[in-house]
Write a protein that binds this ligand. Sequence first.
Ligand code: HEM
Ligand SMILES: *[C@@H]1O[C@H](CO)[C@@H](O)[C@H](O)[C@H]1NC(C)=O
Ligand SMILES: *[C@@H]1O[C@H](CO)[C@@H](O)[C@H](O)[C@H]1NC(C)=O
Ligand SMILES: *[C@@H]1O[C@H](CO)[C@@H](O)[C@H](O)[C@H]1NC(C)=O
Ligand SMILES: *[C@@H]1O[C@H](CO)[C@@H](O)[C@H](O)[C@H]1NC(C)=O
Length: 483
Amino acid sequence: MGSRATAPLLLFLGLLFIFVKISEKRATLPGPSFCLGIGPLISYGRFLWMGIGSASNYYNEKYGEIVRVWIHGEETLILSRSSAVNHVMKKGHYISRFGNKRALQCIGMNENGIIFNNNPSIWKQTRPYFAKALTGPGLRRTLAVSVESTRNHLEKLLGGHNTTSTCVDILLFLRAITLDISNRLFLRVPLHEGEIVSKIQKYFDTWQTLLLKPDIFFKFKWIYKKHEKAAQDLQDVVEELLLKKQQELQEAEKLHDITDFATDLIFAQTHGKLTADNVRQCVLEILIAGPDTMSVSIFFMLMLIAQHPEVEKKIVEEIQAVTGEREVQNSDLQQLKTVESFINESMRYQPVVDFTMRKALKDDVIDGYPVKKGTNIILNLGRMHKVEFFLKPNEFNLENFAQNVPHRYFQPFGCGPRSCVGKYIAMVMMKGILVTMLKRYRVHSHNGSTLENIKNNNDLSYHPNESHSRLRMIFTPRNQAAA
Ligand code: HEM
Ligand SMILES: *[C@@H]1O[C@H](CO)[C@@H](O)[C@H](O)[C@H]1NC(C)=O
Ligand SMILES: *[C@@H]1O[C@H](CO)[C@@H](O)[C@H](O)[C@H]1NC(C)=O
Ligand SMILES: *[C@@H]1O[C@H](CO)[C@@H](O)[C@H](O)[C@H]1NC(C)=O
Ligand SMILES: *[C@@H]1O[C@H](CO)[C@@H](O)[C@H](O)[C@H]1NC(C)=O
């Protein structure tokens, strides 16, 4: 009796086992076919031609939320499903990025600094200096510094015209503010804002242009000479600033009561813990992080405010209710819930940092798909925020953050060991800058431009193409607007 029942059961289990084994093997990754090497050629070409962000969106749209393509002949996964994205962000063996080594050498990032440092042991030495500067006492000073810097810049630009509307070269303006805030927090040396802002722009363009280029590109020195110079120019400026800082430190009778990022690095260098090249690169990177990401993010936010008067009204009412006539301070941040939802929804709907690049340092299985050591990985965060969880994914709507959003579905800064080390400070800076501006001015777009009709590029990050024309916005004093 017993054996008659077990035989079919064993047979069934055996078949199930075989079936599971087969379907495990069948879990080949979706994506374009290899096709005698033409597949890899086409997909690499697409990345070079369309830009990284656009190409990633193209492939996810065509093949689904997990895709395998090739960049420079290397297998590359593009992930926009939250389970896969969170898996990669949390595991410890995806803490490297990828990019052409010659390109990274050209911009000083190869095995130096933090952002594209692909040597895990050197990266582990530098990251703590960033983490220290971007949390704790540094974080607590950030709001006051952001408010003061924004106020000064507004006064310098608009002080004389506080009765009428003024047209502002908005990206230049926001870059100057974010650079000034970073300098006051991390370096504290007088600098020429306009000059450095323009050099940061050129440095970023070089980074974006070179990052995925084939090796052969670097054989033609005359082609990339201008890029090499752009990168060198910014490195030279930072070198000079660091020399000034060193002199100041030597002349100071005793150490200032507050230390800063640059001081900590200079000491690390004198104690032989970091090389001079690494110190210079770290300072360069902390100075460019704000102007590269925050300025465009805030520009998008101001455009969204200009296009959504009902949202503007809610935000301004909250700011008024919480801060009244005085400036915003740390104890207010908890209460500025609408401002925070607005910032979140802006970063979701119109992100600047659209994706992040990682590398698998070990074999692994992601959502059932085998992934070999050395595979490049693109986490397509911008798309993830539009295909999962949110009620009105393709609309700018504060309702998307009306209920609590579980962490895994909203990751504008990433999470885990290689996440944005500036994620807390970035939120505080954005709040400080936005609140200080919106308290005083109404913003309008200029010449009918909207987020939908300005030309954008989506390569290394999503940002307006500024070669068409300078972007402007109109600032009108609030007291005047109300009158
Ligand atoms: C709106 C503003 C910002 C956004 C949306 C943003 C987003 C991101 C993202 C998505 C990453 C990659 C994370 C990953 O691979 O998982 C990143 C990395 C990084 N961010 Fe931010 N960021 C912002 C502002 C800042 C600021 C203000 C700083 C510093 C002052 C900063 C410093 C960094 C650094 C140093 C890294 C590289 C970390 C590493 O490789 O270990 N970011 N950021
Ligand atoms: C304009 O600004 C100046 C200085 O910033 C101030 O003294 C003056 O009262 C302001 N005028 C108006 C109408 O707000
Ligand atoms: C905004 O997003 C962050 C995650 O980046 C989250 O911790 C926070 O709760 C969100 N705020 C609101 C008001 O939804
Ligand atoms: C405003 O837009 C029109 C048409 O789109 C364009 O011809 C003109 O140059 C723009 N003016 C400015 C100042 O950008
Ligand atoms: C920006 O637009 C110009 C003119 O349409 C184009 O030539 C240029 O390649 C664009 N810039 C980038 C980085 O795509």
